[in-house]
Each structure stands twice: as structure tokens, then as C-alpha cells.
Design a protein around this ligand. Structure first.
Ligand code: C5P
Length: 224
């Protein structure tokens, strides 16, 4: 069944079924060897808050989480992943049956070209410097949003400098419906200042709100 016909029947059917929202959260881990990895400071709190807010408004929620120390919110179906490529596989598979995707995960842009089978030992390295070859990770949002049809796709951005202009470019490049521009202070914090940017060029700024309040605003977004 095509996404269009599924969404259509959901809206017009006599027994209105719940919207299925797919949310990603947290960082990804890109392993160098069995015990070392590249990752980032994302706590996952924003994505988990979005999942709670979506359940509270009556949505069916699937949460794809990178490695985080957070309890699964009640009513949420959770799928744990580690690397960006694992997250891509899970998002692709779950998006088939979803009406909306909110990509709050801080996906690592790069991964080591090779994962060593055993620990990378200092004594095996004769030189004072060593380098790690990195390859680009797939951009999950761009890849999935290409096939979104009439489904809602929301991405996040953390920018420095001229954030709004960069985030708007990202919105178009990634074929999202909205980009949520975060201030840098967001990482690990309980509060957030965000600007919601839409494809029609409109924007709404939410200043120093709890992540819960931001999450409530985000799950109310509709396709323009
Ligand atoms: O390009 P940038 O990392 O700033 O884009 C951020 C948005 O793109 C977030 O919504 C993030 O979840 C998503 N993203 C992704 N796959 C990547 C990198 C980012 O889906 N490899």
C-alpha cells in the first residue's frame, strides 16, 4: 500500500486510527575497536520528551534510541540501536508504517573506515602520532525524506554563526517539512531555546522552555 493511500484511509476511515509517529533520539556510537568509539554529548532527553508528548496527545509512538541512560516513557515502543547504520536500517524499516518522522537523534557524521577486531594497542604503534581514517555516515534524514510522500518529516539542527540561514538551507536540502534550530546550550540541559523553521519560510521561536514544553509544540506540528 502506498503511504498516500494509507494516510488517506486513516483520515477518512469510519474508525479513525491513531497517528503512528517515529522518533529518533540520542547519539550514535561508531566503534574504532571493541572498546572505543566516536560519539557525542547528546543525552536523548529531547527525543524522549517528544515521545512522551506524542503518547500524551494520543499518538502511537515508536522510539529509535541510540545509547542513552533514560527510562522508556510509558506507552512507547522502543528500539535500541548503536551505530548510524543500525539507526538507518531501523528508521527505514519503521518508516514504512509511520505517518510522521521526528529525527531528534544526534547522528555521528563520521565513522572509522574499519573497526579493529582486537584492541588498538599503544605498543603496536611505533610512531608518536597515529591517524584514524574516517568515512561519512549516511544521512538518515535525507535518505528517508526522499520517500516521504505526504508524511510529515521534522529534522533538528545545531548551528553556530548564521544559524537560521544555514538551517533553512538544511531544511530544503534534506527535504524536511520543518527544521528545529537548537541553541548550543541545549546539549544535556533540561531547557531549550529553539526556532521552528517551516518550508514556507515562516518561523516560531521558543525561548528558554522546558524540553517538555518544546516537545508539546513539536508534536502539534502539521504538514503545511
Ligand atoms: O546535517 P546535520 O547533522 O546538522 O543535520 C541534523 C539533522 O539531520 C538531525 O535531524 C539529524 O537527526 C539528522 N541527521 C541524520 N543523519 C546524519 C546526520 C544528521 O539523519 N548522518
Amino acid at each position: 500500500m502506498s503511504p498516500t493511500s494509507r494516510t488517506g484511509s486513516r483520515r477518512t476511515g469510519s474508525r479513525r486510527s491513531k497517528r503512528h509517529v517515529l522518533i529518533t533520539a540520542g547519539p550514535t556510537r561508531e566503534y574504532v575497536d571493541p572498546v572505543r568509539y566516536l560519539s557525542n554529548e547528546s543525552s536523548g532527553k529531547m527525543g524522549f520528551a517528544i515521545a512522551s508528548a506524542a503518547v500524551a496527545q494520543g499518538d502511537r509512538v515508536t522510539l529509535i534510541a541510540g545509547p542513552v541512560r533514560l527510562e522508556t516513557p510509558p506507552g512507547v515502543r522502543r528500539i535500541d540501536v548503536s551505530s548510524a547504520r543500525e539507526m538507518l536500517r531501523a528508521v527505514r524499516s519503521e518508516f514504512r508504517d509511520a505517518d510522521a518522522l521526528i529525527m531528534a537523534a544526534a547522528v555521528a557524521d563520521w565513522r572509522p573506515a574499519r573497526k579493529l577486531a582486537g584492541k588498538w594497542r599503544k605498543k603496536d604503534q611505533k610512531t608518536e602520532t597515529a591517524s584514524l581514517e574516517l568515512v561519512k555516515n549516511p544521512d538518515i534524514l535525507s535518505l528517508v525524506a526522499r520517500q516521504k510522500g505526504d508524511r510529515l518529516v521534522v529534522g533538528f539542527a545545531l548551528e553556530t554563526g548564521d544559524g537560521v540561514r544555514r538551517a533553512l538551507r538544511k531544511l530544503r536540502r534534506k527535504n524536511a517539512d520543518y527544521i528545529i534550530l537548537n541553541d548550543e546550550s541545549v546539549l544535556g540541559s533540561e531547557r531549550a531555546t529553539v526556532t521552528i523553521l517551516a518550508t514556507d519560510g515562516s518561523s516560531v521561536r521558543l525561548e528558554n522552555k522546558t524540553k517538555r514544553a518544546v516537545a508539546k509544540a513539536l508534536v502539534a506540528l502539521e504538514k503545511i
